[in-house]
Design a protein around this ligand. Structure first.
Ligand code: HEC
Ligand code: HEC
Length: 382
């Protein structure tokens, strides 16, 4: 079966390569296991724009206290997260409600943030600057003042966008940041070399057993997708898998109706979900205001998952072993009580033995790209 997939992969790969050279000569090839990088028409990639974006991503001056940049919570050396924090720390050590997701491979997601409230990397990059628990600015003017006057920025904005002075707006700032983020892709993990390149020895026997559990008994693949030519390990959809909402379950009717009455604007929602723990747990509901979104969060990628602990939208699970045990219990408490009323139908007890839990953990540890392999640590219990 896998050999067959491999042949399809190679054939499809050749087509992709032809497509890539014709349409997007500058994009180069992608690492094994990843689809081509989508570039928006109004924000073409260039090395100079990427370099400018990287500078903006790392600039501390764009925060009210002068000591928080995007990298504070998405640090390259920590696989673009703030591991091991469970929830992020912004200005004045204020904490938010959510765990910092990695920026690696975020270019592939159909929506951003745990609740999907942002449609693009360009839009997403506007939000942290003015969030009161992140970078804390009142508005974007201090940023514009700096990029319109600081010599290193004046030159770069002129040559990348052909703009200077008041013509530089947050559109250019966020386009440059997004261009930088689009270069942060990582595949080529041991799993990719085994599954897509047919390298039999790339995985250990335990990791291969773990793959089988991931696809069959564990049913993980139904949400964390693996496709014929590439795998992003997400369906880009939202599910309630029984994390966090359990704590506020009894308050949900009150919280939800309070939220609906408030008629919050998009930017108020942004602030509210990151500053109010209970509102945060409403999940996708806060965006769609549809009850099937209650406690639902975006399926995250599992690439490089071993190096981005802790886990889940609230960082409440410390290890991959704990994550697998969460699924193994299938959303019921130790006493066998259902943990919440809104649980996804895909979450049911899995009856995995301790050895099988280890194997699933071992499989997830095979999803680390070579660039981040030095951060790896094993959660296997045996
Ligand atoms: C104080 C910590 C902090 C800072 C500063 C910060 N982020 Fe984040 N970032 C987070 C957290 C926490 C989330 C998840 C929030 C949510 O889902 O509601 C996030 C989400 C994201 C996502 C979405 C990833 C995904 O998988 O959906 C991207 C992209 C991102 N941040 C980029 C940036 C950029 C660009 C900046 C600077 C302009 C920045 N972040 C500043 C903590 C931070
Ligand atoms: C019904 C869809 C669904 C199924 C089935 C599923 N997941 Fe998930 N997974 C999710 C969602 C949604 C989240 C984020 C939930 C949250 O934060 O509240 C998640 C989170 C995770 C995380 C944490 C990721 C991070 O960045 O913090 C890991 C690890 C994980 N899942 C592994 C698995 C494994 C292993 C299985 C099979 C035993 C599995 N998942 C089955 C939807 C699913």
């Amino acid at each position: 079966m896998r050999k067959f997939l491999y042949v399809i992969t190679v054939i499809a790969g050749i087509f992709c390569m032809v497509g890539a050279t014709a349409e997007n000569a500058s994009s180069g090839s992608v690492p094994l296991g990843l689809p081509p990088v989508p570039y928006p028409e109004d924000n073409p990639q260039s090395p100079e724009k990427v370099a400018l974006g990287e500078k903006l991503f790392n600039d501390m001056r764009f925060s009210s206290t002068g000591d928080v940049n995007c990298a504070k919570c998405h640090l390259a050396e920590k696989a673009f997260t703030d591991s091991p924090l469970s929830v992020s720390e912004g200005i004045n050590k204020l904490t938010g409600t959510r765990n910092s997701p990695t920026v690696i491979n975020a270019v592939y997601f159909e929506s951003l943030f745990w609740d999907g409230r942002s449609p693009s990397l360009e839009d997403q990059a506007l939000h942290p600057f003015t969030n009161p628990v992140e970078m804390g600015l009142k508005d974007h003017l201090p940023i514009l003042e700096i990029v319109r006057t600081a010599p290193e920025y004046v030159k770069a904005f002129k040559s990348v966008f052909g703009k200077s002075g008041n013509d530089i707006t947050m559109t250019e700032v966020t386009r440059a940041i997004a261009a930088f983020e689009r270069t942060q892709i990582a595949g080529d993990s041991p799993f990719d070399r085994w599954y897509y390149a047919g390298e039999e020895d790339a995985l250990t026997p335990a990791q291969k057993r773990g793959f089988d559990l991931f696809v069959n008994q564990g049913r993980c693949v139904s949400c964390h997708l693996i496709e014929q030519t590439q795998a992003l390990f997400t369906d880009n959809r939202f599910h309630n898998i029984g994390v966090g909402i359990n704590d506020i379950q009894d308050d949900v009717p009150g919280l939800a109706s309070e939220f609906l009455k408030a008629e919050a604007t998009a930017s108020e929602v942004d602030v509210k979900v990151l500053t109010d723990k209970r509102t945060s747990e409403l999940g996708r509901f806060a965006i769609t205001r549809s009850f099937d979104g209650l406690g639902a969060f975006k399926t995250p990628t599992l690439r490089n998952i071993d190096v981005t602990a802790p886990y889940m939208h609230d960082g409440s699970l410390a290890t991959l072993w704990e994550v697998v045990m969460h699924y193994n219990l299938g959303g019921v408490t130790n006493e066998g009580e259902p943990v919440n009323d809104f649980l996804s139908g895909g979450i049911r007890p899995l009856n995995l033995t301790a050895d099988q839990v280890d194997d699933l953990v071992a499989f997830m540890e095979a999803l680390t790209s070579p660039e981040y392999a030095h951060l790896a640590k094993s959660d296997i219990k045996k």
